[in-house]
Design a protein around this ligand. Structure first.
Ligand SMILES: [Zn+2]
Length: 317
């Protein structure tokens, strides 16, 4: 049987992660080189003269001109965290190498931190992934379909009316012979205005959108994107239609990935963040050896974004 190119590629092993990012000093050297490749520059006055000191095993810099003090995580998404840097690298490794999504509960166990800490670091890392993918545009042949996150919360209403059911569109750029290349997932209602906005943001001409007969997809007419729609009878026959094989496979994988990890969570509030993570991991699926470095470098260039959380709603994430 032919080996799956994605699943059998050489990833980054746990011993390699500990060899490269196992100590505070190793992580500090990496982050320092990313943040200040030509040496420290004061974020406040842009002078380079400085002194360095340690407090609670964390490296600090003090500007000789304006006396401003900062650490390697100051001004980054990790700014308010007290976790040692190797834990952040390990968290990013776990979140990028797993075949399915890693829950905050698993991160808590692997990292030896409290659940709220694990939840917060997971969401911060997901936020980096979302920002990284924010400008993603698809071109050429693009399959699109509508789908829902959630809606199976016990005790709630089933189907379309469920208050926790969140609509999103999945669009997959393919080769001419329908092999998936990259994808975009976007939480949005299935209205013409919304699909038109999606097309303007996430599709780049020349592109041909391949969809089923759902009315809202006709909204791409007038945006410079060609539209090829196939009338199906819906349900299982639609899922097997050869024109939608790439997007249907992607939707199947998303469902498996999320349902195996998350039993119930506030999709409405955090849906786009989870979709962004799935999109990021899919689009980086051939880069398992370099993905940790890429993600970490991006994370240390991402500005702080306080995440207001309602942890009680996240009991099973
Ligand atoms: Zn300064």
């Amino acid at each position: 049987m032919a080996q799956n190119r994605v699943q059998y590629q050489k990833g980054l092993s746990m011993p390699e992660v500990f060899d490269r990012f196992g100590s505070v000093q190793q992580c500090e050297e990496r982050v320092r080189a990313w943040r200040w490749p030509s040496g420290f520059v004061c974020p406040r006055c842009e002078q380079t003269g400085h002194s360095e000191f340690r407090r609670h095993d964390r490296l600090y810099f003090q500007c000789s001109s304006c006396r401003y003090q900062c650490s390697l995580v100051s001004g980054t998404i990790f700014e308010s965290s007290k976790l040692p840097l190797p834990r952040w690298f390990l968290a990013m490794h776990l979140m990028t190498q797993a075949k399915n999504n890693v829950s905050a509960l698993e991160l808590k166990r692997h990292l030896g931190v409290s659940y709220p800490t694990a939840w917060l670091l997971k969401h911060k890392i997901m936020q980096v992934m979302v920002l990284r993918e924010a400008q993603r545009q698809l071109t050429g042949r693009v399959e699109i379909d509508d789908a829902y996150l959630g809606g199976e919360v016990r005790g709630g209403k089933a189907g379309r009316g469920s208050p926790n059911k969140v609509p999103f569109v999945a669009a997959v750029q393919t080769t001419e012979d329908a092999k998936p290349v990259v994808m975009c997932l976007s939480q949005r209602p299935f209205t013409k205005e919304s699909i038109q906005a999606f097309a303007e943001k996430s599709l780049a001409a020349p592109a041909t959108l391949v969809s089923d007969g759902l009315g809202c997809f006709t909204a791409v007419h007038g945006t410079g994107i060609l539209h090829e729609h196939h009338i199906t009878s819906g349900g299982a026959s639609s899922a097997k239609h050869p024109s939608f094989q790439a997007v249907n496979t992607a939707l199947g994988n998303i469902k498996t990935s999320l349902s195996g990890t998350y039993h119930a969570f506030a999709f409405k509030k955090y849906g786009q963040r989870y979709l962004g993570q799935v999109q990021y991991l899919f689009n980086c699926r051939y880069r398992l050896r370099s993905i940790l470095i890429r993600l970490a470098r991006d994370a240390f260039q991402t500005a702080p974004r306080p995440i207001k959380t309602t942890r009680s709603a996240e009991a099973a994430c």
